[in-house]
Ligand binder design. Structure first.
Ligand code: ADP
Ligand code: ZN
Length: 291
């Protein structure tokens, strides 16, 4: 029995097929163009492998309300070709198998919770910091949905007193993504993050914004672990800086056995950037079980 997994991103679509023991059978990446250009190749890939179910972790925002007429659609994305595209419908019609569907970052949270450092941790927040910033939340062992899905990249953060950079989010004046995403780093410092490794001031400021966000997630969601992934988090020197800034910002207020142990509270993704596709696999397995 094979399960398909699709990590649908704004720049590429990663397709994979797993057997029931989570062994990877086949994987292929496709560039994200328009739906008309991109979707047929993906369908062909999964048809060839005769998958019994498919899990999709998708860029958003997406409609996850099963009672909604537009369940399974990508909604208000800035990628106009994909706006109001029926992602679940496209695969359901073509493959005729159960489809699991969630955000890409909820997928990563589920991947870490099922296969990675978050195993056995029933309350966790996964944060991705790359082209955008997003969070996935496991609450009492289940992905948090509510009205749609968390949009934790757009929480409002107060700007650092010495930061005169203008937030780049088109919607907000001072949000986490607009101040601390990869493109924000590039615009503020005039170079891509990967070319700024040795510049301590870049990462001190970045760590401070990430720590503020982690404090806010901690205050609201009371997680037992915070997992960080995405391109920017390849700067491993950030981890001790974030932990130190978190302790300083928390100022001794939230005390529990998780927050009191920052080295094990604030951790790096553990699946070598495979957490997203593994999470999509789990979404597919769950869809098969729940059909
Ligand atoms: P995406 O979010 O598009 O899926 P990534 O998570 O790789 O992809 O994020 C890309 C962003 O992360 C870019 O803005 C890039 O400059 C930044 N980035 C990628 N690698 C690094 C790195 N090693 N150090 C710092 N920033 C990085
Ligand atoms: Zn914003």
């Amino acid at each position: 029995m094979y399960t398909g997994a699709l990590e649908a991103g704004g720049t590429k679509m990663v397709c994979a097929v797993f057997d029931e023991k989570a062994n990877l059978i086949k994987e292929k990446s496709f560039p994200t163009k328009t739906p008309d250009e991109t979707i047929p190749g993906l369908i062909e890939f999964f048809k060839d492998e005769k998958v019994d179910a498919l899990g999709i972790g998708c860029f958003g925002p997406i409609d996850l309300d099963k009672s909604s007429d537009t369940y399974g659609y990508i909604t208000s994305t800035p990628k106009t070709a994909w706006r109001n595209f029926n992602m679940v419908g496209a695969f359901k019609d073509a493959l005729g198998v159960p489809i699991g569907f969630d955000t890409d970052v909820n997928g990563s949270a589920l991947g870490e919770h099922t296969f990675g450092i978050g195993r056995g941790v029933d309350n966790l927040v996964y944060i991705t910091i790359g082209t955008g910033i997003g969070i996935g939340v496991i609450n009492d062992g289940k992905l948090l949905h509510g009205g749609m899905h968390p949009e934790g990249g757009h929480i409002m953060l107060t700007k650092h007193s010495k930061d005169d950079f203008e937030c780049i989010c088109p919607y907000h004046k001072s949000c986490f993504e607009g101040l601390a995403s990869g493109p924000a780093i590039e615009k503020r410092w005039g170079k891509k993050g990967q070319e700024l490794s040795g510049r301590d001031e870049v990462w001190q400021l970045e760590a401070d914004y990430i720590a503020k966000a982690i404090f806010n997630y901690t205050a609201v969601l009371s997680p037992q672990m915070i997992i960080l992934g995405g391109g920017v988090m390849h700067q491993k020197q950030l981890f001790p800086m974030i932990r130190e800034a978190f302790v300083k910002r928390n100022n001794g207020y939230i005390r529990n056995r998780y927050t009191d142990d920052p080295d094990n509270y604030i951790v790096c993704q553990s699946l070598d950037d495979k957490q997203g596709i593994l999470g999509a696999f789990r979404l597919g397995m769950d869809a098969l079980e729940g059909q």
